[in-house]
Design a binder for this molecule. Structure first.
Ligand code: UD1
Length: 354
């Protein structure tokens, strides 16, 4: 099957998909959606920031088996040894380090890990003539948008005013994929620019399980709700937004996962970027309130200084994905909070408690 294109863009048959970083937060949800479709899933992960327990639960939920390969893709010899004899027809590349603050402190580690793993993966794909590639990018590639631009579409420039090495690795990988495709016209690549993924599978069996203190808002709020942390620090209330706190486009991780299936269906020779977002903005205080309602718990918070590098507002214009991928978000912030709470309350210590 390797390299053959058995599916027309409009109709995705079953596929055999390699998910790098497939044991992580987004990867595990995508694995679940693919397995439920009847696809075969191979997960490649180094488990440096993810848990094998997530995949066991995906198997339980779906009644299907996930093939797991433990390897660090940044190590070329190890990646060759692990992937050369594996059969797959498409790749979704999630694997990468993703903590913004850590990337500022350890830039070489971030560049080495995120760039080397992608270069190795693309080389191996070319050697195997595997042409279908979906990359887990981020709205962070838009950097600091020009004044007055709040809803971002894909025509916005990327890499301008990116404030940290993590964000640069995403922008650089987008460029690498673009250049590799130029030299290899058969490559079919999609770059998915995620806005703010939140929530969990409604079963509460899998969800976001950050190690250490969560950097992102919703996992922090959920840990306050469950009593692991005392209060939410709200980073600034003097932004030019309705309530003064930062506004983001939160997207339910199940909507995001379905966006990956839509992207696989769309693949055609070339490189195309798509925003995956809802097109709606919610403030930090909106999230705190919505989570409090979903959990039935009071969520104490305190306004503190703004975080360096944060923007007032970042909202997707998802029109291109709506039209060309025939995909849109269907789940609300309230549902994301409800599902996050189901996960968090059933697994107060994440997968570690399992
Ligand atoms: C962050 C990253 C982005 C990354 C994304 C992954 C930065 C500057 N950007 O986006 O590169 O792709 O996560 O999901 O780190 N907030 C608080 N208190 C907290 C945490 C966050 O008030 O404890 C606020 C932030 O100021 C922001 C909003 O909540 O207004 C969302 O923050 P966060 O979840 O960290 O996402 P982003 O900063 O949008």
């Amino acid at each position: 099957m390797t390299g053959s294109s058995q599916t027309s863009p409009a109709n995705l048959g079953t596929v055999r998909v390699l998910l790098t970083g497939g044991a992580g937060y987004i990867g595990s949800h995508v694995a679940l959606v693919l397995l439920e479709r009847g696809d075969d899933v191979i997960v490649v992960d180094d488990f440096s920031n993810s848990s094998a327990e997530a995949l066991r639960r995906v198997e339980q939920l779906t009644g299907k088996t996930v093939q797991v390969v433990e390897v660090d893709l940044a190590d070329r010899a190890a990646a060759d040894a692990a992937l050369t004899d594996l059969e797959f027809d498409s790749v979704i590349h999630f694997a990468g380090l993703k903590a913004v603050g850590e990337s500022v402190a350890q830039p070489s580690r971030y560049y080495r890990n995120n760039l080397m793993s992608t270069l190795n993966l693309l080389d191996i794909m070319r050697e195997k003539d595997v042409r279908k590639f979906v990359f887990s990018s981020s709205a962070t590639v838009y950097g600091t948008p020009a004044p007055g631009v709040a809803r971002l579409d894909e025509s916005q420039p990327i890499g301008r005013g990116v404030t940290n090495p993590y964000g640069w690795t995403k922008a650089m990988i987008e460029q690498i994929v673009t250049d590799v495709q130029r030299s290899w016209p058969e490559l079919e690549a999609v770059l998915l620019r995620y806005f703010n993924p939140v929530g969990a599978h409604p079963s509460g069996q899998i969800g976001e399980d950050p190690s250490g203190v969560p950097n992102n808002l919703m996992p922090f709020v959920s840990q306050v709700a469950v009593g692991r942390r005392e209060k939410v620090a709200v980073f600034g209330d003097q932004y030019d937004t309705p309530d003064g706190t930062g506004v983001r486009d939160y997207i339910h991780v199940m909507d995001l996962a379905e966006g990956h299936v839509a992207a696989l269906r769309h693949l055609e020779p070339g490189v195309e970027a798509f925003n995956l977002g809802s097109g709606e903005g919610h403030s930090v205080l909106d999230v705190v309130r919505a989570y409090s309602e979903a959990s039935g718990r009071e969520i104490p918070y305190e306004i503190v200084a703004a975080r360096a590098g944060d923007l007032a507002t970042l909202i997707a214009d998802p029109a291109k994905a709506n039209e060309r991928l025939d995909w849109r978000t269907t789940r609300s912030l309230a549902e994301a909070c409800r599902d996050s709470w189901t996960w968090q309350s059933q697994n107060p210590n994440g997968f570690a408690g399992a």
